[in-house]
Design a protein around this ligand. Structure first.
Ligand code: GDP
Length: 259
């Protein structure tokens, strides 16, 4: 498990489950391997099964539906927003984007580029502006034009940064997002757990999108993050193109981990 980048805490839980399920149990010698594998598989399934969210169904319940994207810089947040915009557009939803990472001028520019390519309106303020106000304006813009979904970027300096967490709390207080998605880089190993904990404690997470799964197919981060915050993984990022967003398949991860 550790070789597959599963966080230590999570690997320990799986080992303890295995112990609990096996100690004192009488099994035939030739079945030992099979039983151990089955028990590990069951434990992995339990961790990864955090329910599902049918995004299209959820979005239809409320208009405009606000999705807030959270995560560390470099995790793939901007790319993920663009990919989800593309995905939702293909399914007939109308969208706008809120450039609420006002800490980096480059973040606003990057999102704007995607918005232009995808033909989606972008709501932005000046660099350094109040992030909560940007999201608020994007919601007003969507209400006025009957837009279905608002996709809001947020800042992602170090998750230990208190100001950042305060800013995220304010965005949530003012705008009451319908869905808070944490974007996690699947290559970050143990740090993914720390990030998940910090964002969950500060604002609460509803779902996770794991990026860069094309680079790391083992998917230990999937296990660590779901075990830590007990929230479902909605999609995975599998490349740098707009279509590189896939539905999360726990079976595939389990197969990779047990191979
Ligand atoms: P942000 O700082 O969180 O907004 O991160 P970006 O969206 O700018 O992504 C950081 C880098 O990771 C960029 O070079 C992206 O092209 C790359 N990236 C994002 N998602 C994926 C993915 O699923 N697979 C791969 N291979 N690269 C990705």
């Amino acid at each position: 498990l550790l070789e597959s980048d599963v966080a230590l805490e999570t690997a320990e839980k799986i080992c303890n489950d295995l112990k609990e399920n096996l100690v004192g149990r009488e099994v035939k010698k030739k079945e030992i391997e099979k039983i151990i594998k089955e028990t590990i598989k069951k434990s992995l399934e339990e961790i990864l099964d955090q329910g599902e969210i049918d995004l299209a169904k959820e979005i239809k319940k409320k208009k405009p539906y606000l999705i807030l994207f959270l995560g560390f810089n470099g995790s793939g947040k901007t790319t993920t927003i663009a990919r989800l915009a593309h995905f939702l557009k293909k399914r007939g939803f109308t969208i706008n984007m809120a450039a609420a990472d006002t800490w980096r001028a480059a973040a606003i520019d990057q999102l704007e580029k995607h918005a232009k390519t995808l033909g989606v309106p972008l709501i932005k303020h000046k660099y350094g502006a109040d992030a909560a106000a940007v999201v608020f304006d994007a919601m007003k813009h969507a209400q006025a034009r009957g837009i279905d979904v608002v996709l809001a970027d947020t800042a992602g300096r170090s998750h230990t940064n208190v100001n950042l967490m305060e800013e995220l709390k304010k965005i949530c207080r003012v705008n009451k997002p319908d869905l808070k998605i944490l974007v996690v880089d699947s290559l970050t190993g143990n740090d993914a757990v720390e990030q998940a904990k910090a964002f969950e404690e500060a604002v609460g997470i509803d779902a996770v999108i794991l990026t860069k799964m094309d680079v790391n197919e083992k998917g230990g981060a999937a296990l660590s993050v779901t075990h830590t915050i007990k929230k479902p993984i909605l999609y995975i990022g599998v490349g740098q193109e707009y279509d590189d967003l896939e539905k999360f398949d726990p079976k595939k991860i389990i197969k990779n981990l047990l191979e």
